[in-house]
Design a protein around this ligand. Structure first.
Ligand SMILES: CC(C)(COP(=O)([O-])OP(=O)([O-])OC[C@H]1O[C@@H](n2cnc3c(N)ncnc32)[C@H](O)[C@@H]1OP(=O)([O-])[O-])[C@@H](O)C(=O)NCCC(=O)NCCSC(=O)C[C@@](C)(O)CC(=O)[O-]
Ligand SMILES: NC(=O)C1=CN([C@@H]2O[C@H](COP(=O)(O)OP(=O)(O)OC[C@H]3O[C@@H](n4cnc5c(N)ncnc54)[C@H](OP(=O)(O)O)[C@@H]3O)[C@@H](O)[C@H]2O)C=CC1
Length: 429
């Protein structure tokens, strides 16, 4: 098992980092070469993926180190434009190692498809007529996708939701509950919904309109837990017990205030989206599901929880819809997507979803720790300074110099970077 704690990884050049990954057998030589090549997606593949292609758009891929998930060492590829995300996840994973890392689990990979039915004067009666014929609907849905059935998936159940009073009259919405195995499943369930709609329509006595999956994937949940003692959170500047209090207080605001919850959950998605992107998955679907799930109690709240247990340790949990796949969509077309899976040693979509939940929880912890102690700007802006110096036009040795000066002065801004660059180039005294 490759150890995810790699000494001095942060200080290596990108090439040397790849070399290190080859040395520890996390990647092969060929895979490292592929990662190093710009434009690896290629225009021809890109042109097959979407419409009216004129180019490709690259993002940096970093590796979050130090993760242990369910006792397994994992290196996590993150494709993201925002500085400090990879560092923050790696930092919290490093702290969590001493208490065993992250524990994860998940529900079955069940997705929902909805069939909207209108023009029904007796919606409650229609509901029972649909439910009475559940098996016929399930059989018809399963006739659509033989492969999914052979893989152990397929339509499992039918639910019917009634909205007696809408501006368009009573509405009945039939849900197909489908086990999509290792696919994200949107196309698979949409095909089923369209196939069974005429049957459901006739059973209800109404008219079918929409036939589409729901992105509120509340039956397909990934879960992560972590526990850290006060000692693990103690630094030369901060007492761990106070850090725990601060993190719990910060969480409590996110639990009750949607203005804070939106930012708190954005911090969670800072970890999750980059992994979703690095594996070629549909990040809009994951985002939509996450935020809808955060509103399930009638108000928008925190996706995670942070509590203190009887030993005084900090315990964090995250439960989040995770509609991700290893097949379908771009997961097999993008050459780097398969590489990401290889790096993590992931073999099922559920495993990928669980790792995503662990990174989301780590990222959330990093932000709450920073916010409730020194503030976010110190760590984040120190790393963002590089971006700012690049934008100002610094290159080569200028870059390190200007970053160092801005961080030392505590003045990280575009103006200051330009001023330092002019000074450096001798264009002002
Ligand atoms: C940024 C740190 C980690 C610095 O924190 P630090 O204390 O200066 O770090 P350190 O130099 O002591 O290093 C500690 C560990 O962090 C990692 N690390 C540290 N630096 C690097 C680096 N350059 N490259 C790679 N890894 C790095 C690395 O694992 C390292 O251990 P080591 O391996 O060296 O033994 C810390 O301040 C932090 O976690 N801050 C939070 C950053 C954050 O949350 N960023 C997200 C963007 S802000 C946002 O969008 C969300 C937000 C905040 O609004 C959400 C919310 O409000 O809830
Ligand atoms: N609202 C949304 O979120 C929407 C999203 N989408 C898009 O849909 C795409 C994902 O749909 P998805 O259905 O996953 O993609 P695909 O239809 O491409 O892949 C799923 C199919 O792959 C086959 N398959 C092969 N191996 C497996 C396996 N191990 N587990 C499960 N299925 C397997 C199955 O059968 P078979 O080969 O017989 O098909 C299955 O139906 C994404 O690109 C997403 O962006 C589309 C519409 C709406």
């Amino acid at each position: 098992m490759t150890c995810s704690r790699i000494a001095d990884f942060r200080n290596l050049s990108p090439r040397d980092r790849l070399q290190k990954l080859v040395e520890i057998e996390a990647l092969s030589d060929d895979e490292a070469t592929k990662l190093m090549s710009p434009g690896v997606l290629g225009l021809e593949t890109a042109n097959g993926m979407i419409e009216n292609v004129i180019g490709t758009f690259e993002l940096p891929v970093g590796v979050a180190t130090n993760f242990i998930v369910n006792g397994r060492e994992v290196l996590i590829p993150l494709a993201v434009e925002e500085p400090s995300v990879v560092a923050a996840a790696s930092y919290m994973a490093r702290l969590a190692r001493d208490s065993g890392g992250f524990t994860t689990s998940c529900s079955e990979p069940l997705m929902r498809a909805q069939i909207q039915l209108l023009d029904i004067p007796d919606p409650h009666n229609a509901r029972l007529s649909i439910l009475a014929n559940k098996q016929e609907i399930i059989d018809k849905a399963n006739a659509c996708d033989g492969l999914l059935n052979r893989l152990g998936g397929g339509c499992r159940d039918v639910e019917v939701h009634v909205f007696p009073h809408t501006a368009s009259g009573p509405m009945v919405v039939a849900h197909l509950i489908v086990d999509v195995r290792d696919a994200m499943g949107a196309n698979a369930v949409n095909t089923m919904a369209e196939a069974v709609a005429p049957l459901v329509e006739s059973l209800s006595g109404g008219r079918a309109c929409l036939r589409i999956l729901s992105n509120l994937a509340d039956l397909r949940l990934a879960r992560a837990q972590v526990r850290l003692s006060a000692d693990q959170l103690t630094t030369s500047r901060f007492d761990g017990k106070a850090v725990i209090e601060g993190i719990v207080e910060a969480y409590r605001l996110a639990a009750i205030d949607p203005y804070r919850a939106a930012t708190h959950n954005k911090g969670i998605m800072n970890g999750i989206d980059p992994l979703i992107i690095a594996t070629g998955n549909d990040w809009r679907a994951v985002e939509a599901g996450a935020h809808a799930f955060a509103s399930r109690h009638g108000h928008y709240g925190s996706l995670s929880t942070w509590e203190k247990n009887t030993q005084g340790d900090l315990v964090g949990t995250l439960e989040i819809p995770m509609p991700v796949g290893l097949v379908g969509g771009a997961t097999r077309t993008h050459p780097l997507a398969q590489l990401s899976l290889k790096l993590m040693g992931v073999e099922t979509a559920s495993e990928l979803g669980e790792i995503a939940a662990a990174v989301g929880l780590a990222q959330n912890l990093a932000a709450l720790r920073a916010l409730s102690t020194e503030g976010i700007q110190k760590g984040h802006m120190a790393l963002h300074a590089r971006n700012i110096a690049l934008t100002a036009g610094a290159t080569g040795g200028e870059l390190d110099l200007i970053v160092r000066r801005m961080v030392e002065e505590g003045r990280v801004s575009a103006d200051r970077a330009s001023e330092l660059l002019r000074q450096q180039r001798g264009t002002i005294s």
